[in-house]
Write a protein that binds this ligand. Structure first.
Ligand code: AVJ
Length: 316
């Protein structure tokens, strides 16, 4: 039989990597971390002692779920951006009045399907409609259910930090349009002692390094590339001027990598930029949201001021 191989040239990861490797400085968007292995590694990051965001935000959601549910109101449709393992939504669901539907959006199709199934089994009356989509661009939401009163976004984890402030504003403008008449509950990591930030992205167990290198492992698995995972150093640092973490893979030596029939020379010390994670002050984020057409309302911050959760109201 004449077997036809995958149309790998049109593979989104192939397109992004080829373009990112031809460009200087070399860069690939962080959304490509999240295949099934990357999503599992990210779940392990969330459990690390150094990685405070997940723990802190989860505690805020647990402590203030009823106030948040009050903001969201009854019979809301919840749209979650970058739903991951669907853990945090459970805290809100426990406090919400008659949620009309839950629409988790994620790029990692298998991971999303599995966790959506688990959630649906635990919430028999809740319609769950997973969407495999990239919210970095326009998304098309299905029409609201007739029984729903409003549509509310949930964007936890400070994933908005993966966008530059300009890209974040563009996302907030698109979501303000998609969630017209509703609101957005969004988690935002705060500026803080750089040493604390540095530790959060340089854990002792090396899970963040493995997560970073999973991008290369993924290229090897899915695209037949030949990245040597030991030939690259995980390097993450906080830039206090730009108020962001930058994560890189730094070539340990001069090497040549083959990808989709093309050769790429990495000089010693040359980097592939894989992620930014922007941090905000509470006021800085509120004014960004305001400039994107939202009305910033309640904010919840932990006593150590590590993390913030914002309720933004949309125009009607
Ligand atoms: C999922 C984007 C919020 O920026 O902290 C964790 C991803 N990268 N450790 C973050 C991440 C390295 C995370 N976000």
């Amino acid at each position: 039989m004449n077997a036809v191989t995958d149309p790998w040239v049109r593979h989104p990861l192939a397109i992004a990597l080829l373009e990112g490797l031809r460009h200087r400085p070399r860069a690939v968007a962080p959304k490509y971390f999240y295949d099934a292995a990357g999503s599992a590694l990210f779940d392990r990051i969330c459990e690390l002692p150094e990685y405070y965001p997940t723990r802190t935000e989860t505690a805020l959601l647990a402590a203030h779920a009823h106030e948040m549910a009050e903001c969201i109101g009854p019979a809301a449709e919840l749209v979650e951006y970058g739903a991951g393992s669907l853990r945090k939504i459970r805290l809100l669901l426990a406090a919400l009045q008659r949620p009309a539907r839950y629409l988790p959006i994620d790029l990692s199709a298998e991971h999303l399907q599995w966790h959506a199934q688990q959630l649906a089994e635990d919430h028999r009356d809740l319609p769950v409609q997973p969407l495999v989509a990239d919210f970095a661009a326009d998304i098309v939401l299905p029409p609201m259910l007739p029984a729903a009163r409003r549509r509310v976004g949930f964007f936890p984890g400070s994933s908005i930090g993966n966008f530059t402030p300009d890209e974040a504003r563009a996302f907030l403008q698109r979501s303000a349009r998609d969630l017209r008449g509703g609101g957005l509950l969004i988690g935002v990591d705060l500026v803080k002692d750089p040493a604390l930030l540095h530790r959060a992205y340089n854990d002792d167990a090396g899970v963040t390094a493995a997560f970073n290198k999973n991008l290369l492992a993924r290229a090897n698995r899915e695209l037949g590339a030949n990245f040597d995972l030991d030939g690259f150093h995980h390097y993450a640092f906080y830039d206090p001027v730009a108020q962001r973490i930058e994560m890189h893979l730094v070539s340990a030596r001069r090497q040549v990598v083959r990808l989709c029939g093309e050769s790429f020379v990495f000089e010693q010390g040359e980097t592939l930029h894989t992620e930014i994670s922007c941090k905000y002050t509470v006021d800085g984020f509120r004014s960004l949201a305001h400039s994107a057409g939202w009305r910033p309302q309640a904010v919840w911050v932990d006593p150590q001021q590590l993390f913030s959760v914002h309720w933004l109201a949309a125009q009607s």
